[in-house]
Design a protein around this ligand. Sequence first.
Ligand code: SAM
Ligand code: SF4
Length: 455
Amino acid sequence: MAMRIINEKYINSLLAKEKAPSEKSALAVIRKALRRKGLSLEEAAVLINAKGIEKKLFDAAARVKKEIYGERVVFFAPLYASDYCVNDCKYCSFHVSNKLFTRKQLTMQDLRRQINILINMGHKRTLLEFGEHPVKCNIDYVIDVINTIYSVKNPKGNIRRINVNIAPTTVKNYRRLKKANIGTYQLFQETYHRPTYKKLHKGLKRNYNRQITAHIKAFKAGIDDFGIGVLFGLYDWRFEVLSLVSHAQYLDKNLGVGPHTISVPRFRPAPTVNYRPEYPVSDKDFLKIIAILRLSVPYTGMILSTRETPAIRRAAFKIGISQASAASVTSVGGYGIKRKEKQFRISDERPLGEVIMSLLDDNMLPSFCTACYRLGRTGHDFMDMAKPGAIQNFCRPNGLMTFAEYLEDFAVGSVYRKGYKVIKHYLNQIKDKSVRNKTKERLLRIKQGIRDLYF
Ligand code: SAM
Ligand code: SF4
């Protein structure tokens, strides 16, 4: 099966065949992409190798992003629960041969403290992160963590959606995750290039096929909302981008549901890690990657983390990113307490309010929406709306309402004023009169203290 998901020979042959496409053929592909039906691998290869078309590429990606997802960027924060790990991934500081770290796993009491900090910042979504340790960090622990997070409620709110990033597991365990009400199950292939994968991984994660078939196993267990990703820098980005598209197309074709999200982490220096990427990705190529993915798999959400600088994030939000972490820490228990045991160093250390302000400066809408999965709009239902661009009819009103909650509960001064200006602007752009009026009325109720309203 793994061979059918990623056919290395075929991918390489496409990259070779389209090595120097003409500007004319690249522009034809961009025109086709504007129809928002996605691109074939061959067409994606044309964009990957095309030169001198960046401006047109970025403009098209920005347009497709706007037409499908609108102007919103949904925020979340990662939460590291346990850094015990049996694997020896060369790029990650949680690798088992790192004897310099004091390992930590959150107790339920630690966890409540961490979650309260996230809630008090304004977050409503978290992405749970775990090292792989079948004994120390087994499925019972993972389920306890999820249940505990959902149980924490304080006067500033609660976490309404938990996405999970854990190592591949059994169908039985995935069923338990589904039952615990997770949002997206995320797992990155790191690199789709088999020889590189082998070179960089030791331990249970060394099994390439186990990693690449995990989403299919999760789907069998009822998880129809999953995310894929590559750690850029490990291998040639051109190969990785085509592989991501190939993986997404395989899942869509065979499960009837494509990936809900594609993540684009780029390697960052990390304590105790001597590895240096053999294929570093420049900022210019990184933005190209985002734009090409946006055009190739237009219905998929795209996630950007604080691995990137504020300047890159600003550019990336415009051309394709629909979800972003903010005010993150990458160590276990690191919210509120500085810990040196970080998984990697981040590049955007701004507090949430500052990230929000820069989004408002670009007339974009910060969102804390968690509506879709709570209303069961996942899998086929989500795809049916995302593919034609109808998801915006929910994203915009829900974005406006959750952002108004944020403004009422956390913002002061210029963020508050500017925030409501942006809300007014996009409220007037809701085309359906009845939805516009309902949103208007709900925004008033939010001002009066009512919370958690959504469509
Ligand atoms: N242990 C699980 C796994 O390996 O699938 C959970 C993932 S880990 C906590 C989250 C992700 O961080 C990894 O999948 C990897 O892509 C990324 N990561 C690890 N080391 C990194 C580094 N030095 N720079 C940037 N991202 C890194
Ligand atoms: Fe462990 Fe995941 Fe880090 Fe690899 S990337 S060492 S599996 S935490």
